[in-house]
Design a protein around this ligand. Sequence first.
Ligand code: MD3
Ligand code: FE
Length: 216
Amino acid sequence: MTPDLFADQPAEPTTEILSEGALLLRQFATAKAQDLLSEIRQITAAAPMRHMKTPGGHTMSVAMSCCGSWGWVTDTRGYRYQAEDPCSGAPWPAMPSIFADLARSAACAAGYPDFTPNACLINCYEPGAKMGLHQDKDERDLSQPIVSVSLGLPQVFQFGGLTRSERPIKIPLGHGDVVVWGGPSRLRYHGVLTLKAGAHSLTGPRRYNLTFRCAR
Ligand code: MD3
Ligand code: FE
């Protein structure tokens, strides 16, 4: 293979330690991207992307859906995991085996051999959408990591500390990049900056992010 000296993303998978317990696996999911996207299309045909409301009454700019035994939801009553899609009352679509296999192999590569996700949150960002700094702490077992998979347009990720006041570092996440967050990094504050307009050959004007969790 001829390396492209001018590519912004490495052509080959690489591994980078972000902090203790947090590993960035660049390009780890690239070869599987088309299959992952076709599963996202099938899941969102049954459980459509929706803009949920925060307990504070704001509508989130990111659209979300879920698959697996548990889905993450927010409404005026709060944040929680629940087994049914509130839009339909039906169970969330099953987690496709290529999702679970990818999440498990990424967790394994990062040193978490026992990860078995039972929830996958699917975020969809269009230009202008963002996610403010927050902690993921609605999961029962915080000894389990979270695995995140980015697809489509690049978006700048903010990686902070264990307190909101610690200044976050900015890391661009591109198509196929996977991050595993566990151990002492599991409760770090994080978010993503506003998505800039663009066009990706596989996703068009948007970015998807899958987060695999052990919800309960
Ligand atoms: C660091 N999603 O869904 S993924 C989320 O790009 C979420 O859609 C962002 O934050 C997105 O909750 C960021 C990266 C991520 C996910 C979970 C983490 C980073 C994390 C948990 C702990 C520390
Ligand atoms: Fe998060």
